[in-house]
Design a protein around this ligand. Structure first.
Ligand SMILES: [Zn+2]
Length: 410
């Protein structure tokens, strides 16, 4: 194959995935004005429903704008040999392949982040602000960026450095070692994310003694579940949107409730949401998801090991000296259709798991408070209650509110 052919395959993948995304968004947007299903008519009153429609439309238009600009910037970078330019700059800094790769990705990531910052600023301080969701201050917004960069540089730098070092010392077998280190890192993060990373961004406090805590403990002991770590996180520092999640496993397992969730839902509803989270744990979803992520990573790295030594990858990007980092960029794009498919599978599995967790909550606690809790959450985040089925299939990690309602009512 000629390098130009591979170059145009890469461009085609970028353009086709843009077109598919836009088509799905368009299909979904055509249903923004559908009448609400009878079961969900009590979610919004007339004024709130109008407001939710304005919100959806504004988000949709903003999505078209950002995706288009991002595609144009990416294509310009590819057509004007941006990678070759950054590569030669990185080579002027050092002759060590690991440092070259770190400088290379450092520049690309920084540039991408700086370009996207005005858009995320607009999204937070104009759109979210207008609909009353935003609670972030400008200081928090920029501090978050800074912390994100530092964390990315440290964690990404160590992992990438190690992987290239494995590549230099073991050749094609590097993927096994890379898989090992990423697996250890993934499990470590799964266990200690809440202890190590979350405190950098949020305050977490144990749920204080009181009727809510004792209701939760009563439920937990009824289903034979040791739950001594229940934390409240100050989600209200950034947004009014509410959430709850389960993390870790073994003795590190914990439930985190957003303070916004506690404010918006009554006690029964919170316990029902918590019962849903316990359901995820009891049905082994945490371990299954973790295993699926580890297996996918192994498959990706193995595939990478088959292609990474081929100079064609670098030549396609007009870089004369083949290297791991340039190969990784080309491979990243070529692999994206496959990761698109594994993403669809993971979303499908995730929606199955949501039903199982809902059923667990229904059988061990009760369905009505979960239904009313979910309705409140949808109302308060101005959710789209009439998404297009294809859009749901592609993007939703949870069933729609209507699907969950019907399942819980069964
Ligand atoms: Zn869930």
């Amino acid at each position: 194959m000629k390098p130009e052919t591979l170059f145009y395959i890469i461009i085609a993948i970028l353009v086709i995935s843009f077109v598919i995304d836009q088509l799905l968004d368009y299909l979904n947007a055509k249903h923004f004005n559908d009448p609400l299903p009878i079961e969900l008519q009590d979610v919004f009153d007339e004024a709130e429903y109008k407001k939710s429609q304005r919100y959806k439309k504004e988000r949709y238009k903003f999505g078209i704008l950002t995706a288009t600009i991002s595609l144009i910037a990416t294509l310009l970078f590819f057509f004007f040999d941006g990678f070759a330019f950054v590569d030669s700059f990185a080579r002027s800094v050092s002759s060590n392949e690991i440092i070259i790769a770190l400088v290379f990705f450092g520049i690309i990531m920084m540039a991408g982040d700086i370009l996207s910052t005005p858009f995320s600023y607009y999204s937070t301080f104009v759109i979210e602000e207008k609909y009353g969701f935003n609670k972030t201050t400008r200081k928090t917004f920029f501090l978050d960026k800074l912390k994100g960069w530092l964390m990315g540089a440290i964690i990404g730098g160590i992992l990438l450095g190690a992987i290239i070092w494995f590549y230099q010392s073991t050749g094609q077998h590097f993927w096994l070692y890379a898989w090992g280190i990423i697996t250890v890192f993934t499990i470590f993060m799964n266990l200690f994310y809440a202890r190590l990373i979350v405190p950098l961004f949020n305050k977490q406090t144990p749920l204080k003694e009181g009727s809510l805590r004792s209701e939760i403990e009563k439920y937990a002991s009824k289903v034979g579940f040791t739950l001594d770590k229940i934390f409240v996180i100050d989600g209200s520092k950034r947004s009014t949107k509410a959430n709850a999640y389960f993390s870790g496993f073994g003795s590190e397992k914990r439930v985190t409730l957003y303070d916004t969730l506690i404010k918006d839902l009554n006690e029964d509803e919170i316990v029902a949401v918590l019962a849903h989270e316990v359901g995820h744990y009891k049905r082994n979803h945490i371990i299954i998801n973790l295993s699926a992520a580890i297996i996918t990573t192994g498959f990706t790295l193995w595939l990478l090991s088959l292609f990474i030594g081929n100079p064609l990858l670098s030549e396609a990007l007009n870089v004369s000296q083949p290297s791991f980092h340039i190969g990784l960029v080309a491979f990243g794009v070529l692999y994206s259709p496959i990761s698109g498919i594994t993403g669809l599978l993971m979303n499908y599995l995730s929606r199955k798991f949501e039903y199982q967790a809902d059923n667990f909550a229904k059988h061990t606690y009760a369905a009505p408070p979960l239904i009313s809790g979910l309705k409140k959450l949808s109302k308060n985040s101005l959710s789209n209650l009439t998404p297009h089925p294809l859009y749901v299939f592609a993007h939703y990690s949870h069933p729609t509110l209507l699907q969950r309602f019907r399942n819980l009512r069964k």
